[in-house]
Design a protein around this ligand. Sequence first.
Ligand SMILES: O=c1ccn([C@@H]2O[C@H](COP(=O)(O)O)[C@@H](O)[C@H]2O)c(=O)[nH]1
Length: 247
Amino acid sequence: MSVVDTLLSPRFDAARKASYLALDVDTEAAALQLVEQFTPVVDGYKVGLELFHAAGMRLVEKLLQRNLRVFLDMKLHDIPNTVAGALRAICEYPIEMVNVHAQGGLRMLTAARAAVAQAPYQPLLIGVTLLTSLDEADLAAMGVQGTPVQGVERLTKLCQAAQLDGVVCSAQELAHLAALVPDGFERVVPGTRLATDDRHDQQRILTPREAMQRGATRLVLGRGVRTADDRWQALHAYWTEMTNDHV
Ligand SMILES: O=c1ccn([C@@H]2O[C@H](COP(=O)(O)O)[C@@H](O)[C@H]2O)c(=O)[nH]1
């Protein structure tokens, strides 16, 4: 059996459904090349700031036409009225998940919730807590008191107060959050790495296995897969960790 056939087997269905491959490339053509390579093994893709600014909603429409799950990683952060307006425009499309910065505050999060609730499509609305590229020293330099765990806890409580569907956080805060949030609350984790991977610009990392063990509900897979010498082997390694061992 080839690695692609193995990855298409039901054994990996749960990992497939819990994964978004980050299309962090700078042209529509490069994004579609990745999508052509990985579909149908991967059926969920993340469009972030780089690709969105290069290719816009037209690229998102192309993914949706292929019946792919789309996480629009916009990290909206502005005054409540502006964020609500942006979400109304986004929710004209059947995307699966969109996010806002929890640091926009309760009024902004509440306006975001209301905008999505009234929209034609209602993606999961997720609050980004503290970027996984920040460590405690970065927080202190920004005037944010306490540890990343404390910061993520504060921001998660804001997201819960505004009735968001979940948060983005690092795997390092998950054990702490497990006691704080109910089962159905999404815990979306970017910046996981295999033990042998480069961490790049990420600071608060753990392995995919540790993330799943600690309660992640969805993982964003980025450079660990996309820039690997053998992308299929890398995806197999990530999904095996996500599948086998979180007991
Ligand atoms: O706190 C955050 C929020 C979002 N991201 C995004 O996830 C991917 C991670 O990519 P890697 O290549 O695996 O580092 C990227 O698109 C970020 O914009 C994040 O890393 N941290």
